[in-house]
Design a protein around this ligand. Structure first.
Ligand SMILES: Nc1ncnc2c1ncn2[C@@H]1O[C@H](COP(=O)(O)OP(=O)(O)OP(=O)(O)O)[C@@H](O)[C@H]1O
Ligand SMILES: [Mg+2]
Length: 233
């Protein structure tokens, strides 16, 4: 279980974007974080991943503190991150992109081959296109490459930031289905930041709504059937 408690973090000293945010992401569930543009959703994920150092507060994975733990160690501990902006390298092949996910164990060729094979079994389309430049793939398949790259490190937690931004509806549904499968088939804990409120609520188990760097609402997804509550943003 991933626990964030009373987190203060920002990009400049003494200017805290998050001012006491707390979230708890239960194992093998999808925890969704909603909120208007600029409230600090991406900042929260960056702090959990270790790209930003909190001024105060706690980030814990299974009761182990992550404060001060560098990102590559967090990856070894099972945390992975798919950022808001596409992180696919357009001019590299699908396979090269996947291999980038293995940088923390880059000397271990056997493990890399094993993880690639697992990815190709999971996503046969990626095997077919493994020699294609990633930039030639559809937006949905590029998301698949990012998910595949993330799976190279055997994550137990995936932090995913607006995974369907800019995608057509049908492709979006495939991406959400991918997240559901990771939860249901692989038992992966997912923290999903999203602007697609309706879609996110369809797959979420538990929901947080942030407001300007603070918690506003939280509850099991059933309490959010009243879209007004989620859409106040
Ligand atoms: N690299 C940065 N340097 C300085 N300020 C930043 C940086 N990134 C974001 N901010 C500021 O931090 C605040 C929160 O940004 P953040 O990206 O976390 O919001 P968000 O909730 O993810 O928004 P969106 O829904 O638009 O993605 C905003 O005021 C933003 O301008
Ligand atoms: Mg964002």
């Amino acid at each position: 279980m991933l626990d964030v408690t009373d987190l203060y973090v920002g990009y400049y000293k003494d200017l805290h974007i998050l001012q006491g945010v707390s979230i708890n992401a239960a194992d093998a569930k999808i925890t969704t974080v909603l909120g208007a543009n600029g409230v600090g959703k991406s900042t929260l994920l960056k702090a959990i991943y270790g790209f930003l150092q909190p001024a105060s507060g706690k980030v814990q994975l299974d009761d182990q503190s992550l404060i001060g733990v560098p990102t590559h160690k967090r990856i070894d501990m099972g945390i992975s991150y798919i950022p808001q902006q596409s992180s696919v390298f357009q001019y590299m092949t699908v396979e090269e992109n996947l291999e980038l996910g293995a940088w923390t164990f880059r000397g271990d060729r056997a493990r890399i081959e094993r993880k690639l094979e697992e990815n190709y079994e999971r996503f046969p389309q990626l095997r077919e296109r493994r020699k294609s430049k990633a930039g030639e793939l559809s937006g949905g398949m590029q998301r698949m490459v990012e998910v595949g790259r993330t799976l190279m490190t055997d994550p137990t937690v995936i932090l995913v930031d607006e995974p369907t931004a800019g995608l057509a509806k049908l492709l979006s549904q495939e991406v959400y289905q991918m997240l559901v499968n990771l939860r249901d088939d692989d038992g992966i804990t997912i923290v999903l930041v999203d602007q697609e409120i309706r879609q996110a609520l369809k797959i979420a188990d538990y929901v947080y709504v942030l407001e300007l760097g603070r918690n506003r609402f939280e509850g099991p997804v059933e309490e959010f059937t009243d879209l007004e509550k989620a859409l106040w943003v």
